[in-house]
Design a protein around this ligand. Structure first.
Ligand SMILES: Nc1ncnc2c1ncn2[C@@H]1O[C@H](COP(=O)(O)OP(=O)(O)OP(=O)(O)O)[C@@H](O)[C@H]1O
Length: 258
């Protein structure tokens, strides 16, 4: 499978004048075309920090991130936006945009300087609305929809951006179980049908185990990337939560309360 993004000896964390806080080091991750990859780990372990670093928002402490074999910090913003789309959970700035207009913002890397949408742009926006099943919301203002619907709108915007790599930070947070499952299935379908690579962080570990092609598990000691079945058989889930009340049942492939 074609590799899209690679990290080489990457250390992530925060540097101030007085000190450096290392969140994780020596990461050699590989994100390949056509794969749905989930990123899991306890609260505060560093998932968002990792996503921010591999998308070029935050500088690595050490090492490099290569997107299509080119160092991510050498990309021009427009070029980067044609190769990578990012969906964060942050609130949107106040605006009067409709859902359609918000999704159409995903076409910005392709439109001319006044932002006119071509028929191709409109087609891509409509395709993204269809895939995420939010066509009926197209004319609503973005503040008139629920948090779960907004999450889908932001995913549709990333789809309209039409990049080989999509990275999402906790896309299932506001969704009920049914919508979580349907979103996971949508992401899976997209990777299979379009050969895009999708990386997303999540706390829905059971669902991620069932639907991801690969998982990246972050623990304080180690960060591993592998297929879920291998991670189960080599005991990688056992160290995820250090608590006597929750253990990983390798036979069931899920966490159980003791
Ligand atoms: N701007 C910052 N400066 C210094 N430390 C930070 C900063 N942002 C986050 N941290 C710290 O980095 C660590 C990792 O945070 P991060 O948000 O990456 O974790 P996470 O795995 O995404 O957590 P969650 O699952 O709760 O969203 C935390 O200890 C956090 O306090």
């Amino acid at each position: 499978m074609k590799s899209i993004l690679k990290t080489s000896n990457l250390s992530i964390g925060y540097k101030s004048k007085k000190s450096t806080v290392v969140i994780a080091e020596n990461l050699n991750l590989n994100l390949s075309a056509g794969k749905l990859i989930s990123l899991i780990g306890a609260n505060g372990i560093g998932k968002s920090t990792l996503l921010r670093t591999i998308t070029g928002i935050q500088e690595p402490l050490v090492g490099n991130v290569f997107l299509n074999d080119k160092n991510i910090n050498t990309y021009k913003p427009l070029d980067l936006a044609q190769n990578l789309s990012l969906v964060l959970t942050e609130k949107l700035p106040p605006s009067n945009l409709s859902v359609f207009e918000l999704v159409a913002l995903g076409r910005q890397p392709y439109t001319n300087w006044i932002g006119t949408l071509t028929p191709t742009d409109i087609e891509k926006v409509q395709e993204a609305l269809q895939l995420t099943q939010i066509e009926h919301l197209a004319q609503k203002k973005h503040y008139e929809i629920s948090d779960g619907q907004l999450q889908k709108v932001l995913i549709a915007r990333a789809l309209a951006q039409d990049t080989p790599l999509i990275i999402l930070d906790e896309p299932t947070t506001h969704l009920d179980l049914l919508h979580k499952v349907s979103l996971f299935k949508l992401l899976k379908k997209l990777t299979q049908e379009t050969q895009k690579c999708i990386l997303f962080s999540t706390h829905d570990i059971d669902l991620a185990i069932q639907l991801s092609d690969e998982m990246i598990i972050m623990t304080p000691e180690l960060i591993v990337q592998d297929e879920p079945c291998n991670l189960i058989s080599n005991g990688s889930f056992a160290n995820l939560f250090k608590d006597e009340h929750i253990i990983f049942d390798a036979e069931k492939g899920k966490f159980v309360i003791t």
